[in-house]
Design a protein around this ligand. Structure first.
Ligand code: GSH
Length: 219
């Protein structure tokens, strides 16, 4: 019987080292799921890279995950829930009825619907505000708003992990986000719990060299 070619495909993760794809890459590594990493190039600087990605994801954002059957998944929160369905419900995502489930959902969606968009707005503010002078003010207020969001998240965080003793995908989000603006020093001073979670997660051997790959130490 001829083999079904779709069953031989592995997932393809479109991403860039250190960008949001690291949130999904870390989960794939955790689950031991086979995948190919397709480096997109910097979509902000390289129109070609953006166009190529747009052919897969109309919003030209990463993470974009093409599943074994060729279907496209976007939105890191949706991908997190789907991977938990496929590879290990109850592992990185607390199961329905499990303590921490509601908190997990609340704060994962808080991150992706409140915090993550602040990067979308000011990674390239000209998409939202035309006037160059007004862009500065816009950037400043989004940055201030983001700091407020991170303080709220920090206050909700437990120790040693976000949900207390229970490691979850929330900790992966924290490990990645705390590498971004406003920067590790800010988190260390202003969001100590998030900073401590990030340190703990990046020391976990289950991730192999994932963190070094995504965030190479600066000389
Ligand atoms: N809601 C999306 C946000 C993804 C996102 O904003 N990714 C950034 C990279 S870290 C991106 O692709 N930005 C390109 C753009 O905004 O055009 C998610 O949670 O996956």
């Amino acid at each position: 019987m001829p083999s079904d070619p779709s069953s031989e495909r592995t997932m393809t993760l479109y991403g860039m080292p250190g960008w949001g794809s690291a949130i999904v890459e870390a989960q794939l590594v955790w689950y031991g799921a086979p995948f190919e990493f397709q480096k997109t190039g910097d979509m902000f600087r390289d129109k070609d890279a953006a166009e190529k990605l747009r052919a897969v994801n109309p919003l030209a954002q990463i993470p974009t995950l093409v599943m074994e059957d060729g279907s496209v998944m976007t939105e890191s929160a949706a991908i997190t829930l789907l991977l938990a369905d496929i590879y290990g419900m109850g592992d990185l995502v607390p199961m329905p009825g499990e303590p921490g489930r509601a908190e997990f959902l609340r704060w994962m969606i808080f991150i992706t619907s409140n915090i993550y968009p602040t990067y979308t707005y000011i990674d390239d503010p000209s998409r939202f505000v035309e006037d160059a002078e007004a862009q500065k003010g816009f950037e400043e207020s989004v940055t201030r708003y983001r700091a407020k969001l991170y303080r709220i998240l920090d206050k909700a965080a437990g120790a040693p992990f976000f949900l207390g003793e229970r490691f979850s995908a929330l900790d992966i989000y924290v490990a990645v986000l705390t590498r971004w603006r406003p920067g590790a020093a800010w988190f260390e001073a202003e969001a100590k719990r998030l900073s401590a979670i990030a340190k703990k997660v990046t020391a976990m051997e289950e991730f192999g060299d994932l963190w070094e790959r995504n965030f190479p130490p600066t000389a």
